[in-house]
Design a protein around this ligand. Structure first.
Ligand code: FAD
Ligand code: UDP
Length: 399
């Protein structure tokens, strides 16, 4: 058995613990909260609990870094890349922007994506330019609705990711832009997926070629990881990366869990399906590779998209860094798979979660929701409000 002390850079030792066969044993309550996961969900809750309730929080993450899937890092050439694929911040919530703005400045950035279709690069979401370029037409904004209506297939009740698209643009554009990409991305046909998946991508009749329509679109000025560092930089927060939840055996009163919910309950209702990705990070000895940050490949390639980071970060560099995304059934869980049977299975886990007294499940993996970063921050802030209503504040913080 080895006795270790936890030290922060400034304040004195706040806890000591024993490590025995990799388990962390505190031998007493050292923390009000254990937060499992240092992504958006975990970091937001740790920050709120520490700064608003004055509570002592231990944050652990099994990865060797903070930030969860939004983690960004300089590669060997000093180019900032997103280790787990491109993360673009966008939201319609002023409240969420205000909250995060305490920890970062922003770089204005509007995301644009091209799709490689029939040998051409055309805007996705499908818009006026996409249609004109692909079909050699010169339709006006006023003419597009009728052009689309003539191709759209009426669907009585829109249920699936196929219905959503064919009912607006018809089968040909659906097959060119959505069927192949979705089959690759999810390993399922769009007809097997909830409508909410492809409904994320709108259809436009004008020339607006922005990927998102949100009122606030920007990137954290110095990157996501820097922002997370500031969120977690509080005297009441202790951070330990490279630590598994199961290895923290005691020492806390309440728990925030942001990992996969099925794992927490030891898969007693079976393994919940999550989709994974393999990322291939490449640096090219040339200044630019493609005309926009992301090019989607809905047709032939095994990868779904290529991201060129300098568009997102604004970095100036003689080289350029890219990521290719290869969808995969195996690997870290990245996406819950939105379809009814999976949701029914999740409901069984949710019932177990609801019966827990001192455990709160938050985030994309723990609530099995295909949520963007801003939605996760919103969910975490709402959870904090519920905690704050339900649990008495420690005496010192309440004063
Ligand atoms: P995560 O970021 O997954 O954090 C959970 C953390 O918990 C992980 O770090 C994990 O290591 C840790 N953990 C899990 N189990 C344990 C355990 N047992 N013990 C210890 N640690 C554990 N959103 C956008 O808004 N815009 C985008 O452009 C965008 N692009 C994306 C691209 C890709 C490829 C992916 C996969 C997601 C994208 N997202 C995007 C979504 C975004 O990543 C999520 O909304 C957000 O990161 C979820 O935060 P979270 O804290 O819930 O989960
Ligand atoms: N999609 C598609 N073709 C595209 C872009 C998106 O078929 O060119 C579908 C696909 O099913 C994808 C979903 O729409 O998973 C949502 O796209 P989004 O870009 O939001 O995916 P994410 O960035 O979350 O991976």
């Amino acid at each position: 058995m080895v006795r270790r002390e936890i030290r922060r850079l400034g304040p004195p030792v706040i806890a000591s613990y024993d490590v025995f066969e990799s388990k962390i044993i505190f031998g007493g309550i050292m923390y009000d909260w254990l937060v499992v996961g240092a992504g958006f969900a975990g970091a937001t809750l740790a920050e709120r609990l520490a700064s608003q309730r004055g509570e002592r929080v231990l944050v652990v993450d099994r990865r060797p870094h903070i930030g969860g899937n939004a983690f960004d890092v300089a590669n060997a050439d000093g180019l900032l890349i997103h280790q787990y694929g491109p993360h673009i911040f966008h939201t319609n919530s002023d409240m969420i922007v205000d909250y995060l703005s305490q920890f970062t400045e922003w770089r204005p950035y509007e995301h644009r994506v091209l799709a490689s279709v029939d040998g051409q690069l055309v805007p996705i979401p499908i818009n006026l330019t996409t249609i004109n370029k692909l079909y050699g037409l010169s339709l006006t904004e006023e003419e597009v609705p009728a052009w689309l209506a003539a191709r759209a297939e009426p669907v009585e009740v829109i249920k699936t990711s196929e219905d959503v698209v064919v009912s607006v643009v018809g089968r040909e554009l659906y097959e060119k832009f959505f069927r192949g990409y979705t089959r690759k991305q999810w390993g399922l046909d769009p007809s097997q997926l909830d409508k909410s998946v492809t409904a994320r991508v709108p259809t436009r009749t004008n020339t607006d070629d922005r990927y998102f329509g949100d009122s606030f679109q920007a990137m954290p000025k110095e990157g996501y990881t820097k922002m997370f560092e500031r969120m977690l930089d509080h005297p009441n927060i202790e951070l330990r990366t490279g630590v598994e939840f199961k290895d923290v055996t005691d020492g806390y009163r309440n728990l925030i869990f942001t990992g996969p919910i099925d794992e927490y309950f030891e898969f007693q209702h079976g393994k919940l399906p999550y989709r994974s990705l393999r990322f291939e990070h490449v640096t090219l000895d040339q200044e630019w590779h493609q005309p926009v940050a992301v090019v989607n490949y809905p047709q032939d390639q095994d990868y779904t998209r290529i991201t060129e980071y300098k568009y997102l970060t604004g970095q100036e560099h003689a080289k350029t860094a890219l990521t290719y995304e290869y969808p995969s059934a195996e690997g870290d869980p990245y996406y819950p798979i939105p379809r009814d049977e999976n949701y029914q299975q999740f409901k069984k886990y949710e019932a177990l979660a609801n019966a827990q007294d001192k455990v709160w499940f938050v985030g994309r993996l723990a609530t099995y929701r295909y949520y963007n970063m801003d939605q996760i921050v919103g969910q975490a802030l709402a959870t904090f409000r519920r905690i704050d209503e339900r649990l008495e504040r420690p005496a010192a913080a309440a004063e």
